[in-house]
Design a protein around this ligand. Sequence first.
Ligand SMILES: C[S@@+](CC[C@H](N)C(=O)[O-])C[C@H]1O[C@@H](n2cnc3c(N)ncnc32)[C@H](O)[C@@H]1O
Length: 270
Amino acid sequence: MRKITHQTPQKQDNVVVTTSHNASKEAVEMAKNLSQEFKIPYYNRRHVSERIKSGELDFYYVVDNTLQLSIHTDKGRLFFHPGISKIRMENYKREKKDFILEALRPTSEDVVYDATFGLGMDAVFIAHFVKEVVGTEFSEHIYRVVSYGLKTYVSKEDWINEAIKKIVLYNEDMKEFIRKQPDKIFDIVYCDPMFENPVYESSALNPLRPLASYDTIDTQTIQEMIRIAKKRVVLKTLDKDRILERLDIKFDRVIVSKKNGLVFACIDLD
Ligand SMILES: C[S@@+](CC[C@H](N)C(=O)[O-])C[C@H]1O[C@@H](n2cnc3c(N)ncnc32)[C@H](O)[C@@H]1O
């Protein structure tokens, strides 16, 4: 499956909206509405399977009978689900420690910019501790599924419902978004680009990979992030990736998780 890269113009995807098998009337109606909103065709589910087999479709959106929206790719099903944030909160409560919190040092008054929103697994957790999270996601497909999820998802956990309400998400390239922002507009800027040497066991992100943007972070982008941040810029990477070596930036703290090799490189401005 094709990767959406940033440098080349995006080709028009062969993609449709459909429902799950034995769809309810509501699911069909929702799928038809979304097909108009996304400006991509609606197909009856019966006709999708043949077209997938013949390679005519790259991937497809599905509205199921619970009205959840997902994208089916050959790498799995992409949908919004803040389950990982829930596990993370339980770990944090038990261990009184979390690498993102250690890196971001958030307060309840902070407005955080999450430049690479993805599935929002980090953002939902962060949002619990701050006033607002503003996110950008470059991939229109990931954006559609995640913003639909943010609007419709109802958790049994109150803190997740409250956290979701604090999130604003835009379908934009972070570099263009940042350029438009005034100096020091956000308290904290957080950036978690796609890893150079991905950990494939991390299955939560696997369905996202074929749809994601693989933009590289350069020194100028980090300098722009510093310009729009009041307190902190945090870049997440992997210890086996070489991104920090390539950047001409002095990081004040570099936090490394020995367990999974995650690195949080922090520039403290306060
Ligand atoms: C590693 S994932 C982020 C995962 C996220 N932190 C989470 O918790 O779900 C990186 C995301 O950044 C997006 N991305 C890459 N380059 C971008 C850019 N220039 N602007 C906005 N989003 C970008 C990718 O499409 C992908 O969804």
